[in-house]
Design a protein around this ligand. Sequence first.
Ligand SMILES: *[C@@H]1O[C@H](CO)[C@@H](O)[C@H](O)[C@H]1NC(C)=O
Length: 386
Amino acid sequence: MSVFKACLLFLLFSSVTANAAYNVMSFGARSDGNTDCTEAFLKAWSSACSSVSPSTIYVPKGRWLIKNAAVFRGLCKSKIVIQIDGTLVAPSDYRVLGSSGNWLLFIQVSGLSVFGGTIDGQGSGLWACRNAGKSCPEGARSITFNYANNVVISGLTSINSQSMHIVVNGCNNVVIKGVNIVAPEQSPNTDGIHVQRSTGVTILDTSIKTGDDCVSIGPGARNLWIERVGCGPGHGISIGSLARDLNEDGVQNVTVKDTIFTGTQNGLRIKSWARPSNGFVKGILYQKILMKNVNNPIIIDQKYCPDNNCPHQSSGIKISGVTYQNIHGTSSSEVGVKFDCSPSNPCRGITLNDVMLTFLNKPAQSSCVNAGGTSSGLVLTGGRCL
Ligand SMILES: *[C@@H]1O[C@H](CO)[C@@H](O)[C@H](O)[C@H]1NC(C)=O
């Protein structure tokens, strides 16, 4: 065969089998940080989404301004990889996106992988407005997955979101790994990862420093696995707030292991409003957790009612089967373990096993209200209450 023929064959072959690749630059995106790339990114998405073979959207190095709320909609014909080497930047004027709910929104996609990259929500203007007690928009969540299946987010950095950084809602089988989330301690409502109404979400090897919950877990979260996460500053890993609604899906089968909390407001928290609800929390395992100077290392609070609008009410959320195993470290307040459960639905099956928390080099205190269960192993909390 001549070299020419071989080349021709190779070209034919590769054009048939190679993944389609869509560089956002060929759709008009410019990496100067000033040109609005929203349309270009949406065009790249729509080409990838209609490709019958798996495709890659490529975002090179540089700053790409995504000025408007961008909706990346499925279903697509094949799998899509978004490989990001650069930074996606939200507009610094929070009024542009602040009322749109979401900045980067993926709906009904299946088989999507997002590799690398940085997304910068430029939230500081909005936080300043909120911290000044002015009337401000809610702020946009940086990246949201609604009704998506089989999603991988790997190596992404999210900084300075206006509100939540990453939201997983109504999804199945989502892996978040090697992600880095950063916002200041004083940035309001900047939860790191929020999971609700989703089954089979896994969060691994992730660092979260933010102004609200590192991970917040809402109604309908099932089979959630969180391992090797660093949290702090932040408000901890929280199940809740639950009982916002009367009819609410439960939270079931959540594991948090090999995780370190540093200087956080809470460590492992479950919280519900003191309101009627048919929701529940069951099958929760916290294992091998290190607390470093955490204000409420272990807390169940079923009396949450920030606006005091629930007089004489009691939480309907039924909490059962929560295991704390091998939890060590320091509390920055006297009470290291606090279970303040619902009078009408006491917590059942709380297990403390090898829980050793200290406050100023002495065993931290524990406090139990309406909580039942057992402690075993070495449980070093003054006046242990289970
Ligand atoms: C609990 O969730 C894990 C994943 O986090 C899963 O592997 C396991 O099968 C689930 N257990 C049950 C009983 O569904």
